[in-house]
Ligand binder design. Structure first.
Ligand SMILES: Nc1ncnc2c1ncn2[C@@H]1O[C@H](COP(=O)(O)OP(=O)(O)OP(=O)(O)O)[C@@H](O)[C@H]1O
Length: 338
């Protein structure tokens, strides 16, 4: 791992929410690195803690009901120790954020240009003319055909894809070093999704930014990401390059996810789509110790799991949690073999 290129380094990050007087972990002991010029995808089913991890990094939790521990070094400073005003300076300037629902992220009462100017006002000393020119340049950069027209419009006058482009324009307005995109294409149809991903990739190349792309869409990951971290029940269960994780998936959860998508996990029979047994437990019901995925693969004997699962290096940079990957097999195959 090239330390000089590391933009963000998470060490042992945990986030717990207070529910009826008790704290429960939504994110547990996460170690991750995001490098310059790279897209790290965080994948997993709904409820695995992907968004919580992202909002933890940028300090968007109500600390009256949230406990956060660990370190998140960004350009040498621990984001988790920053005051609100320090975080306000970082968010929008050095870290840009793109969230799932572009309509709720935009102010319905303000014209697009004013919304872009707002972030420039907060973080730069640009003149009115400079801001105007920068807004048009940004709209062009994110692939809007008529920047002047769009600049004068309100969010409701734009299509979903256009709104998401505007959100990206706002997120990159100050040329952030890191962009966090949480399900940026989920609300969009497939053609528009591909265009938005192209925009993100272009920006990453042009600005040399690092991107954290949160998604449950493995197709998007395969096409876009350089590195992948698979999360289950608040933990990273497998990480590595996209080639490593998709080409040689090891953790039972990763293998199940890949097998549940068309053309996934080619080394196993794929004539029918696999359905992962059960669902992600709510945080109150999450197993507190042992392999959290074990209840969903009950045919694997308890002795295959570590009592306190740790990460194991399969090859340089490719890590998998728990030793159970060595004994895992798909139950449907067992049935077919009979
Ligand atoms: N503010 C909160 N208070 C209590 N529990 C929360 C809070 N935010 C999230 N959770 C719980 O934490 C767990 C992780 O949620 P999170 O949204 O991070 O998952 P996710 O993988 O991003 O899922 P999705 O794709 O649906 O957003 C879930 O069980 C969720 O219900």
């Amino acid at each position: 791992m090239d330390e000089e290129n590391t933009l963000l380094e998470l060490n042992n990050v945990s986030t717990a929410f207070k529910i009826e007087g008790q704290y429960y972990n939504a994110v547990s002991h996460v170690d991750l690195k995001v490098k310059k010029d790279e897209i790290l995808a965080i994948v997993g089913e709904s409820g695995c803690g992907k968004s919580t991890l992202a909002t933890t990094v940028v300090g968007l939790h109500d600390m009256k009901t949230t406990k956060i521990s660990g370190e998140a070094f960004f350009e040498g400073q621990d984001l988790l120790k920053m005051s609100d005003s320090q975080l306000n300076d970082v968010r929008g300037a050095k870290i840009g954020m793109i969230f799932q629902d572009p309509l709720s992220a935009l102010n319905p009462l303000k014209k697009i240009e004013d919304q872009i100017s707002e972030v420039l006002d907060y973080h730069t000393k640009m003149s009115t003319e400079e801001k105007h020119n920068r807004a048009l340049q940004l709209l062009e950069q994110v692939g809007i055909d008529e920047p002047k027209r769009t600049a004068r419009q309100f969010p409701h006058e734009l299509s979903g894809g256009m709104r998401q482009r505007v959100i990206i324009a706002i997120a990159i307005a100050c040329k952030p070093d890191l962009i966090i995109a949480d399900e940026p294409t989920t609300a969009l149809d497939v053609t528009i999704q591909a265009q938005i991903l192209d925009v993100l990739r272009d920006i990453q190349k042009e600005n040399h930014a690092g991107i954290i792309l949160i998604t449950h869409d493995l197709g998007v990951v395969a096409e876009t990401a350089d590195e992948v971290a698979v999360m289950y029940a608040g933990e990273v269960v497998e990480c590595g390059t996209t080639e490593q994780v998709f080409g040689d998936p090891r953790h039972p959860y990763t293998r199940s996810l890949l097998r549940s998508m068309p053309q996934g996990d080619m080394d196993v029979l794929n004539d029918d789509l696999y359905v992962i047994q059960g669902s992600v437990p709510s945080i109150e019901k999450m197993p507190q110790a042992g392999d959290k995925f074990a209840p969903r693969i009950p045919w694997i004997p308890a002795s295959a799991h570590e009592k306190e699962p740790t990460m194991h290096e399969i090859s340089a940079g490719h890590e998998v949690r728990c030793t159970c990957y060595k004994d895992f097999y798909f139950k449907s195959l067992e049935v077919k073999d009979v």
